[in-house]
Write a protein that binds this ligand. Sequence first.
Ligand code: SAH
Length: 438
Amino acid sequence: MSGTVYLVGAGPGDPGLITRRALDLIAEADVILYDRLIPAGALDNARPDADLRYVGKRPGEPAVGQDEISRTLIELARAGRSVVRLKGGDPFVFGRGGEEAQALAEAGIPFEVVPGVTAGVAAPAYAGIPVTHRDDASAVAFVTGHEDPDKPESALDWTALAAFPGTLVLYMGVRNLEAIAEALIQAGRSADQPAAVVAHGTRPEQRTVTGALGDIAAKAAEAGLEPPAVTIVGEVARLRDELIWFERRPLHGRSVVVTRARAQASELAARLRALGAEAIEAPAIRIQPRESEELDRALEGIEDYSLLCLTSPNGAALLAEGLMRRGRDARSLAGTVVAAIGPGTAAELARFGIGADVIPERSVAEALAEALQDTPVDGRRVLVARAAEARDVLPDALRERGAEVDVVTLYETRAERLPEDRLDAASPTARAWYRSGR
Ligand code: SAH
């Protein structure tokens, strides 16, 4: 039986602007054929065994032809595969999705279309420009700027477009912008009409240039705006002065590399993104759990300790997991005083139903030793469970007070190399610094 082909829009670039339906289909697909302009991370939840094929343009290489793409979709579906054809924005707006659907229909292959948020609406919106407005624009036209208006065979009627009573949104037109603006003005559109170019719309690197139809091409060139970009021509472009929001966020335009270990990076990254930054998750360290006979013995006999000290959230989690793996749980610590070096460690313990009895004000070993002053340790057994590369301040202080201290290593911290794609995303300066070995 033939598989289904899903023609799916991935939205304009902001990973939050992809639809739920698109994500569900990506997660289930056998094969995904995708283009260049899909949002970062869109394929993260594809099945590990899914066949992911890039069919967009590559610099210096011929693009995979449209016929070949259509043919591949048909062949894969006939082989019974479930196929997602993922495109930037909306698949039926300048995405050649219409042609692919026609080819599928002709071949008798079942297909479904999943609309996406199109760049021509989303990029202006993120620039503070509503494409329609009760007072300023009762209609909007989506226009391809791909064609050079000077070519006699141009399919576009520039006179009709110049007279269009509403907003013009031009896709694919940055390179031809000067000729397009000229053609519109020649055909009667006012050179004074407000205009804007939005490049990399809805992405952290979004940039917008505003002007009038008569000078917008020069201004965009001067600012060095690069594709992908949409151009808005119409009175609504003026509203940006009032409605700018996305580019106003405090960290807009900045990239921040989050180097925490993977497990802890996401929360920080999410907060940075909410402030407008591009957060690149590039863990510089990795937590490597360590097993040992000492650790085994300590966990097996955990009831024999009168005090247990944990000096990091990672350690807390690994200790609790180690207990669980041995069929034990929080009850094994019923008679033990539990000390956590700080609130993060205490919170991690709490996840496993273990409440910390002692938490110092400052999260350092000296402060923990101090906070334990009133906990009797003389002649008693104490377990300090920690990272391999920790200092001996705490065990020394406890031994000095007559405690019998066992120190066990739960994990070590290893340096992690940045993956190449993350390095590519970084600025040239940051990349050089990293490669120089720091
Ligand atoms: N199907 C897509 C359009 C594909 S054509 C959609 O519905 O959005 C490619 C053109 O879309 C680009 O040349 C550019 O004009 C526009 N575009 C795509 N992503 C964009 C973005 N993030 N910001 C501005 N323009 C974008």
